[in-house]
Design a protein around this ligand. Structure first.
Ligand code: SF4
Ligand code: MG
Length: 316
């Protein structure tokens, strides 16, 4: 069946300057309804800036992001803002310790709706059950819960306004590895149950592999490669993606491909090299990498920005 085009018809974020840091440069992507788009990159690569832009929490200096055909902006109407929710990295600091769980999860309803206590309960109680928390939890305070449970509270809060799109910014990186899988499975079941679409941001390729339908690889604020999970894991074309892949721990080291070690530190986005941003660390860099490679289509739904790829698929 043909995939339905998601209302975020095109996220064009171009030449975005956050102060003097070109944090998100020339990003272009689509989202499909019901998918999880994983966004991977090292810290400082512009992932969180991208999250803010999608949330309408930062202003675009060029390009546009559209949701349901309407531009996402910091001054977008509340009716639109409620449709995009965010789940944060740190379940410890994103919950107000002085509020009980009922106040925390009901806060979006208080801001956006005028509901009676009964009406609120009709929304709150089923969501608490969906995220795996008892109704009893509503009377308790954040410090009484484990990290994983606190992230469930944050997820419940994000669901209260029944959003279509949820931006998850490193939502499991503050959790113990043993808890991460449980929370990732919760994301998957909520997606099915509620027809959600996720932009899921992480620096951890194992996490991205677990949750994503498609994957976008970012480096210094630019998109290096975007492909379905299958294409990316079976046929990574960008040297940076290949290096990320080679760093994933393999269950059987004897058959694992050699790890590609990247030389040099991650350059500051302020001093991003001209041309290909990955040039200073790329094991395959050549003279022409001083010129910025185009973002080229490799196959259906697979794009990469590298001269090696451009040479193969032909110059335009
Ligand atoms: Fe490496 Fe050049 Fe490709 Fe950049 S364009 S990833 S430097 S080969
Ligand atoms: Mg970040």
């Amino acid at each position: 069946a043909a995939r339905k085009h998601y209302p975020v018809t095109k996220g064009f974020i171009s030449k975005k300057n956050i102060g003097t840091v070109k944090a998100v440069d020339n990003v272009s992507f689509k989202l499909y309804r019901g998918e999880t788009l994983g966004v991977i990159g090292e810290s400082g690569c512009g992932k969180s800036t991208l999250a803010k832009l999608i949330m309408g929490l930062a202003e675009l200096s060029g390009g546009e992001i559209r949701l349901n055909g309407k531009p996402v902006r910091s001054n977008m109407p509340l009716s639109m803002r409620r449709n995009i929710q965010m789940i944060f990295q740190d379940p410890y600091s994103s919950l107000d310790p002085r509020m009980n769980v009922r106040r925390i999860v009901e806060e979006p309803l208080r801001i956006h709706e005028r509901l009676s206590k009964e009406e609120k309960n009709k929304i709150v109680l089923p969501i608490m059950e969906q995220v795996g928390l008892s109704a009893d939890a509503l009377r308790r305070f954040p410090h009484e819960f484990s990290g994983g449970q606190r992230q469930r509270i944050g997820i419940a809060r994000a669901l209260m306004l029944n959003p279509e799109l949820i931006v998850c910014d490193e939502p499991v990186s503050a959790l113990d590895v043993s808890i991460q899988a449980q929370v990732l499975n919760l994301f998957a079941s909520l997606k099915k149950m509620r027809g959600l679409t996720y932009v899921f941001i992480s620096h951890d390729m194992s996490v991205i592999k677990h949750v994503s339908d498609r994957i976008m690889v970012m480096y210094l604020g630019q998109v290096m490669e975007i492909a379905s999970k299958r294409d990316l894991f079976g046929n990574a074309r960008h040297p940076y993606t290949q290096a990320l892949m080679s760093a994933i721990p393999k269950p059987n080291p004897a058959v694992a491909k050699d790890r590609i070690i990247l030389e040099g530190d991650l350059p500051s986005p302020i001093h991003a090299p001209a041309g290909c941003p990955f040039r200073s660390r790329c094991p395959q860099a050549m003279d022409k990498c001083h010129i910025k490679p185009e973002f080229k289509q490799v196959s259906e739904d697979h794009y990469a920005a590298c001269h090696l790829v451009n040479d193969e698929v032909g110059a335009s």
